[in-house]
Design a protein around this ligand. Structure first.
Ligand code: HEC
Length: 127
């Protein structure tokens, strides 16, 4: 009888371990990498290509250049992402007359949320 209990306990701990190892990758990597230096995720890059890169790659206007993103420090990436969220939320970026000429480039509400959620994930964890 005792032996069965022992085996059950051992099995249970193996199962718990396996469950932890099988945790969704996103949850794991979020915990591990919040605040780390990261490339721009493709869903954000898609929006940037639609709405921002005309000015923020070739022009590098306003000190934001997506092609140099990966060379930014972790702090700079977090700060730039935060500024992007603020500017698109406030409809300051893309500039109004640019949107007027390129109506298709206006970010949707979902686009704005994608940028802001991503920005939030980059902010350093408060201690
Ligand atoms: C038509 C050109 C144009 C487009 C399109 C555009 N921007 Fe800008 N952006 C500028 C200019 C010019 C500045 C600098 C103006 C200023 O500082 O007031 C700027 C500044 C910024 C800044 C401030 C940079 C900093 O380091 O504080 C951010 C952030 C920004 N843009 C984000 C975006 C995002 C995000 C998009 C797309 C959703 C976008 N911009 C689309 C021209 C553009």
């Amino acid at each position: 009888m005792k032996k069965i209990i022992k085996i059950t306990a051992a099995l249970t701990s193996v199962l718990i371990f396996a469950a932890m190892a099988g945790m969704p990758v996103s949850a794991q990597s979020l915990q591990k990498t919040a605040g780390d230096k990261k490339p721009i995720p493709s869903e954000v890059m898609k929006i940037a290509q639609k709405s921002c890169t005309k000015c923020h790659i070739d022009g590098g206007m306003g000190g934001l250049k997506f092609t140099e993103w990966d060379s930014y420090t972790q702090e700079k990436q977090a700060a730039k992402a935060k500024a992007m969220c603020a500017k698109v939320s406030g409809k300051i970026m893309p500039p109004k007359n640019f949107v007027k000429k390129n109506p298709g480039a206006a970010p949707t509400d979902a686009d704005i949320k994608t940028i802001c959620d991503w920005s939030a994930s980059l902010q350093p964890v408060k201690k």
